[in-house]
Each structure stands twice: as structure tokens, then as C-alpha cells.
Ligand binder design. Structure first.
Ligand code: XMP
Length: 326
């Protein structure tokens, strides 16, 4: 599949049968393209790269080398899930890189949002490049490019590729889902046996929790973002909001306020809850989360998350706000 244009005759993949037909065809094409060579994939654990990994495992098994870079900005449990699903369950050839200290050191003291994004992107390429150089015989680079990436940016989005690799590491590209829309990628992922928590997950920005730990990232606030986000997701799941609300997360600003705990004065961070619905992320409305649920989540976050003494709910649609805070 080399053309970047989706043929008009291509049927929308909406059922397991159609997904299976797509998978069979791709497996044949991937085997023909890759032969007995090795293919490298940056596996974030997001829907697109996970589906590409599962397709390639089916097509070429151990010839696929997945690299999962843990940059410390992933949600709670995500790196563990990548290792569990791909290495333990699917027997993938997976290199897990713990780059947490490296990223956090590079980001120390950097408060400007776009500068943070640049550092995260550039460091990611550097870590991936180092891993690629350790490997012999790689000829292909797989990417989770999807059709909207081609339509929207005349190419691939930064978070879907490792463009920026030096010339001598320009591998031939393998992009098996590049003509699929997101909903189709999910149907294919489901047919490939990936867990629902991976296939149906909400959008998550490439720079991860880095854009939700506002201002210069510190470890204490990063943990507050991660832990409060985990509580929010757990409560939304338990209360039937998972899959209903388009995107929901927490952010932690870089200021503290006065509070009280166990009769003692505290000086700690607030957690901001954001829950929005949108079709295309260009505009968004705020989900009407039941007040009792917000109170329960507030109670849990202030009791269970260290360094936090307040919880706020963001009532602002897009515009005037953006979905993320940075
Ligand atoms: P905003 O905040 O611009 O977000 O209203 C719209 C959608 O894009 C996601 N987002 C990003 N995704 N890299 C990404 O891959 C980024 O730097 C980035 N910034 C925002 C955001 O989560 C929302 O779904």
C-alpha cells in the first residue's frame, strides 16, 4: 500500500469481518515488503502504534523490534501495560527504555509550553536513535500514521513518526494503517485481540503529562498529575463515563495555596479537572459531570494524592480555552 490516497472504492471498516479481511491483506503485503529483514517501531502504547505493532507481530513476528521509551510523562500503569501486552502476551521483541531521569533532567526549569514540547520531541528522537544504532540489520521503520494525519498535515504528525532521525538512519517506511480513519484503526485493533483499554482509549497528547504539569515540571507535581488522573479515570470508568466523555484529565498548576489537614495548615497544589466533548477537537463543550461525583473525586484526590489540598473543575468550553492547559 504505497499510495497516500484512499481509493473511493475502499469500504469503511466497521465490522470484525471487514477488519479480518484487512488484516489478512496487510499481513500478505507486509510479508512481501519486509521479506526476512528487520523492522523497527517506536511503540508508545497509543492506539495507532499498538495496532501497527500487533499487525507486524502477526506478519513477521520476531523480525519486528519494538522500542518503548518511558519518558516519565505517561499515565499511571501505561508502561507496565505495554510490557504486559506486547512482551508477555504477544511475545513481541520489545526493548523497554527507562529514560525518565533523562527527560526530567532536560526539562528541569523549563516553563515555556512550546519549549517543553520541543525538548520532549527532540529527546525522544535522540533516545530512539541511540537504540536504533545498537541494532544490526534494521531496514524498515514502521509508523502509526493514519489517514487524518495525511489529510491534515500533508504528511505525518510529529507524534506519529520519528522523522528527524539522521540521514544514515533513514529506513524504508512501513505504514500499514495510513489509509484508515481512527474508528477503523480501533476495529482492526479489536480484531487483532488488543485489550479494550488500549483500543478505545481517549486521546492523549504526544508530550503526555508534560503539558498537564504546568510550568516547569517538578517530580512532586508530576506525581500529583499522574495520581489524580488515575483516580479521575477510575471514577469515570466506575460511573459509566468512560467511552461517553471524549477527553478527561487533570492538570496541576505551578502555584500553591493555603489549606488545612488534620488540624494543621498546609501549603499545597490544586488539581484541575477537565472533561470535554468534541467532534474534531477544534471546538469543545464541557461535560456536565454529576456534582456528587465531582465531590467524591475531590474527596479521594485530596485524601489520596500527596501535596494537593484543593480540586477545581474547569467550566470553560473551547473557545475561549483550549482543551489542554498548555
Ligand atoms: P487543544 O489543547 O489544542 O487540544 O485544544 C486539541 C487536542 O489535541 C491534543 N493535543 C496534542 N496532541 N501533541 C499531541 O499529540 C500535542 O502537543 C498536543 N497538544 C494538544 C489534545 O489533547 C486534544 O485532544
Amino acid at each position: 500500500m504505497s499510495s497516500n490516497v484512499r481509493p473511493e472504492s475502499m469500504e469503511r471498516i466497521t465490522t470484525e469481518a471487514l477488519a479480518n479481511a484487512f488484516i489478512d491483506e496487510q499481513v500478505k503485503e507486509l510479508r512481501a515488503q519486509i521479506g526476512d529483514k528487520k523492522v523497527l517501531l517506536a511503540l508508545s502504547g497509543g492506539v495507532d502504534s499498538s495496532v501497527v505493532a500487533a499487525l507486524l507481530i502477526k506478519a513477521v513476528g520476531q523480525q519486528l523490534v519494538c522500542v518503548h521509551v518511558n519518558h516519565g510523562l505517561l499515565r499511571k500503569g501505561e508502561p507496565e501495560q505495554v510490557v504486559e501486552v506486547f512482551r508477555n502476551q504477544m511475545n513481541a521483541n520489545l526493548i523497554y527504555v527507562d529514560a525518565v531521569d533523562r527527560f526530567l533532567d532536560k526539562l528541569a526549569g523549563v516553563a515555556e509550553p512550546e519549549k517543553k514540547r520541543k525538548i520532549i520531541g527532540a529527546e525522544f528522537i535522540r533516545v530512539f536513535e541511540e537504540e536504533a544504532r545498537k541494532l544490526d540489520g534494521i531496514e524498515f521503520l514502521a509508523q502509526g500514521t493514519i489517514y487524518p494525519d495525511i489529510l491534515e498535515s500533508d504528511g505525518v504528525k510529529a507524534h506519529h513518526n520519528v522523522g528527524g532521525l539522521p540521514e544514515d538512519l533513514k529506513f524504508e517506511l512501513v505504514e500499514p494503517v495510513k489509509l484508515l480513519f481512527k474508528d477503523e484503526v480501533r476495529v482492526v485493533g479489536k480484531a487483532l485481540g488488543l485489550p479494550d483499554s488500549m483500543v478505545y482509549r481517549q486521546p492523549f497528547p504526544g508530550p503526555g503529562l508534560g503539558v498537564r504539569c504546568l510550568g516547569a515540571i517538578t517530580r512532586d507535581r508530576l506525581e500529583a498529575v499522574r495520581e489524580s488522573d488515575a483516580i479521575l479515570r477510575e471514577e469515570f470508568r466506575k460511573n459509566g463515563l468512560e467511552g461517553k466523555v471524549w477527553q478527561y484529565f487533570t492538570a496541576v498548576p505551578d502555584f500553591r495555596s493555603v489549606g488545612v489537614k488534620d488540624g494543621k495548615r498546609t501549603f499545597a497544589y490544586p488539581v484541575i479537572i477537565r472533561a470535554v466533548n468534541t467532534k474534531d477537537a477544534m471546538t469543545a463543550t464541557v461535560e456536565n459531570v454529576p456534582f456528587e461525583l465531582l465531590q467524591h473525586i475531590t474527596d479521594r484526590i485530596t485524601k489520596e494524592v500527596e501535596n494537593v489540598n484543593r480540586v477545581l473543575f474547569d467550566l470553560t468550553p473551547k473557545p475561549s480555552a483550549t482543551i489542554e492547559w498548555e
